[in-house]
Write a new protein. Structure first.
Length: 200
């Protein structure tokens, strides 16, 4: 049975930490693929802050094209309405039945997971791969993990990775202040951002 992970997000923009997390997931769990899934209309984000979907898709495609195990899918971009994770997982688990599915997420997602729509369906269809984010208490994290695993009869995989101090929000703020971001994103992404005057 193949093992694949969906890495969902707005990728607004994609950056070096996203790529490091995806690579570490691939190696640690011996995944066959990591599928980057740029969201179309995320239910928890302000539309004004988000670059057009076609440009976010282009940035992800360019950032991952040198790794044959990194794929991109526009399922959420093409689908009408909000980009709910449970719908994405239902679709992919139906289309590819002989796959063990994972979903890559941050600690913030883990702590808020019960607020997600149809979390019971999500945790029935996949295992979560969770990576570190600064600002969370270890005891609180362990308690949340234990509660979710017990309640939904699922296991949550923690990635042993040092917290990376890069976020799309930081990058957008730097762009607005006309600060250099070339060390935070791949060069091709920097070029797309400059060419299209994104986040100014």
């Amino acid at each position: 049975m193949k093992k694949k992970a969906i890495f969902g997000g707005t990728f607004n923009p994609i950056h070096n930490a996203h790529l490091k997390i995806a690579l570490r997931s691939l190696e640690e769990l011996k995944l066959d693929e990591v599928i980057f899934m740029p969201s179309g209309n995320p239910p928890h984000k302000n539309e004004k802050q988000i670059a057009p979907a076609n440009l976010r898709y282009e940035m992800v495609r360019e950032a991952i094209k040198d790794n044959c195990k990194f794929k991109i899918d526009d399922y959420e971009i093409k689908r009408e309405g909000f980009s709910y994770t449970y719908k994405t997982l239902e679709h992919f688990s139906y289309v590819e039945k002989d796959v063990e599915w994972f979903f890559i997420a941050g600690l913030d997602s883990l702590m808020d997971l019960e607020k997600w729509k149809n979390v019971n369906i999500i945790l029935n269809l996949c295992k979560f791969i969770v990576f570190n984010r600064s600002g969370y208490d270890k005891e609180q994290i362990a308690k949340q993990k234990k509660m979710l695993e017990r309640k939904y009869n699922n296991s949550i995989v923690f990635l042993d990775i040092e917290p990376i101090d890069i976020s799309s929000t930081i990058i957008r703020h730097k762009i607005r202040r006309n600060e250099y971001i070339g060390d935070l994103v791949p060069e091709k992404i920097y070029d797309i951002i400059k060419k299209n005057k994104l986040y100014v």
